[in-house]
Write a protein that binds this ligand. Structure first.
Ligand code: SF4
Length: 219
């Protein structure tokens, strides 16, 4: 178990409200716990048209909404505009994870988040994407800052959610809440590559909607 988190967080530049872009419940829950404990006024934004297929998208979104409802946090559900996502990453289908396809993917999600923040009076936004050890934090932060720079006075908060035990608490909270456990990053290409790796190890293909944190076996 991770050390309990007693930190009181504060937003950069004494901002009054935060927009938190969320990729999924497991990545987001510990961040939400910290923000709620610190009495920060924040709203959750779910904008992830990268997730494929639609069934997996619905599973991840529903888990995220369930936890937002539990903490009584506003949940904004934006478009599942997959056509735009595929257009954005065209030609990058064979890029590895953490490569330029992921930069394009982050850029798209953060540009939409930044637009929503600017249009709805949020001076700061951030994302749960940076907490995952599978992600390149520098890449995530660079995309966030680039998106924020499109709007005057908007700031991307580069807080390192992994530190202070965040990485372990993220897993502990996912088990405690028995969140749905996704087994690939999200897009059809990460699904393809993960299934390829599983085949090489003699494992069966990913099945959707069967694994939950805190359960030892597949349902
Ligand atoms: S691997 Fe993940 S971050 Fe990269 S393009 Fe696919 S969904 Fe986006």
């Amino acid at each position: 178990m991770a050390t309990p988190d007693h930190r009181m967080l504060s937003l950069p530049e004494s901002a009054g409200r935060l927009l938190l872009h969320s990729c999924c419940a497991p990545c987001c829950a510990d961040i939400m716990n910290g923000l709620s404990r610190s009495q920060i006024d924040y709203t959750l934004l779910f904008y992830n048209p990268n997730i494929h297929p639609a069934r997996e998208y619905a599973l991840r979104k529903d888990e995220n909404k369930r936890y937002a409802d539990k903490l009584r946090i506003p949940f904004v559900d934006l478009d599942y505009d997959t056509d735009n996502w595929f257009a954005r990453v065209r030609g990058l289908e064979n890029e590895p994870e953490r490569g330029v396809r992921c930069t394009a993917c982050f850029d798209m999600r953060f540009e939409r988040s930044a637009l929503y923040a600017a249009e709805h009076g949020f001076p700061v936004f951030t994302s749960s994407l940076g907490i995952s050890r599978w992600k390149d934090l520098k890449q995530v932060n660079g995309c966030g800052q680039r998106a924020a720079a499109r709007h005057p006075d908007l700031v991307y908060w580069t807080f390192n959610w992994r530190k202070g035990g965040g990485s372990q608490r993220m897993v502990d909270t996912a088990k405690l809440e028995q969140f749905y456990q996704q087994e690939y990053c999200g897009c059809v290409y990460s699904l393809r590559d993960t299934n390829r790796q599983r085949k090489e190890k003699g494992l069966q293909k990913i099945r959707f909607g069967v694994r939950y944190y805190g359960q030892d076996t597949e349902a």
